[in-house]
Design a protein around this ligand. Sequence first.
Ligand code: NDP
Length: 448
Amino acid sequence: MSYVDEVLEKIKKRDADQPEFIQAVTEVLDSLRPVIEKDEQKYRDLAILERITEPDRQIMFRVPWVDDNGKVQVNRGFRVQFNNAIGPYKGGLRLHPSVNLGIIKFLGFEQIFKNSLTTLPIGGGKGGSDFDPKGKSDNEIMKFCQSFMTELSKYIGADEDVPAGDIGTGAREIGFMFGQYKRIKGLYEGVLTGKGLTYGGSLARTEATGYGLLYLTEEMVKCHGDKMEGKVVAVSGSGNVAIYACQKATQLGAKVVTVSDSTGWVYDPEGIDVALLKEVKEVKRARLTEYAAARKSAEYHEKKNGEHGVWQYKVDIALPCATQNELDIEDAKMLVANGVKYVAEGANMPTTIEATQYFQKNNVPFVGGKAANAGGVATSALEMSQNSERLSWSFEEVDSKLKGIMVGIYHNIDDAAKEYGMEGNYVAGANIAGFKKVVEAMIAQGVC
Ligand code: NDP
């Protein structure tokens, strides 16, 4: 049995209750076959695949907090510190009822390769809680964040592990967590990224993941002899990534016709009004029904199982920006039948493996989240640099560095795919390029 199959088999047995983690590892190791097979004995002797698929440590803890009615609530907190071969652990904190160890492990594993692709010195980690911020008061959010950080603070630090936002963790939550860290540790250090601008945050961090997605997409489109101007785009989600993907796509001359949330979606053939979307989602924190109510050209559709949602329309570019496994094989077939030309993932693993393969078989250029949404963590690393030198860079400076990084990532993954005879397979290219750098560092540092 090949070394890759042997390791996959072990993981499927050992972590059988973690389907998302198995899915992520299978996708990565499958695409690394050409690299591993070239030097199989060396990787086997050093147990590289066993080491890179096993986190350095997984921390799980109780998060007790008191709600507005005086009732004690208990959630479960997680931090998975996956790999620090090339820098301190770095990765977001997800607050969502679906969070469990398998999901945090899948995200932490992907983060290793994504962070490596940014060319910046950051290792892979991820964390979060099954806490649901929806419907909670500011006071309850603060109580939860303070309790969460009381425990998490024992394991993180500016040179050790630097968490950031993710689903459910925005500027408000990062602020509460930073305040509690400072209070417990007595340290004013860049221990979290995504901070507010008045206390060490970076300009352009809010926009970074969505903007970065579009910078990479624009470069891919250009390299295919095409242009962004006039393209019709489907975006899913209406959170941080989706909003700034809509904004940059619109600035580049494309027209975004959809957005969604967990209860439904909007189809707006005139093009999403980004200012209105920001007002509804960032200021009022309301549902998309409010967007549709305020805009004549928009239709709102309630989400029903088995429907294609935002993927049913005739578009040139699809940008899934909500959550994992939100674009399945039936959606992919629909998009291809409607002539989709490019797909790039703003979210982490939003496309199922079958759907990814369907795009690839049908020659639709497809860039996975590891590369396409790396702009967020890249800018987080730029926030760390600014904190270290106690300086703040201008929006233009950060944005232009971000653009340079995303264009560089596109060419890096394109070249890696070509080097291993898989031209156009950007998923494999991203895994290979990310993997090679981390493994070189692991080997140099000995068995640890
Ligand atoms: P937000 O919490 O800001 O937004 C998430 C969006 O996805 C919301 O519109 C939410 O709808 C929707 N959503 C969540 N769960 C589901 C579901 N089960 N079904 C349908 N829609 C759902 O998160 P972000 O925009 O920050 O993150 C989106 C994705 O991008 C995630 O996969 C995240 O890991 C990834 N990512 C984020 C980065 C960042 O910098 N923010 C960086 C790199 C990756 P609702 O409001 O109804 O819950």
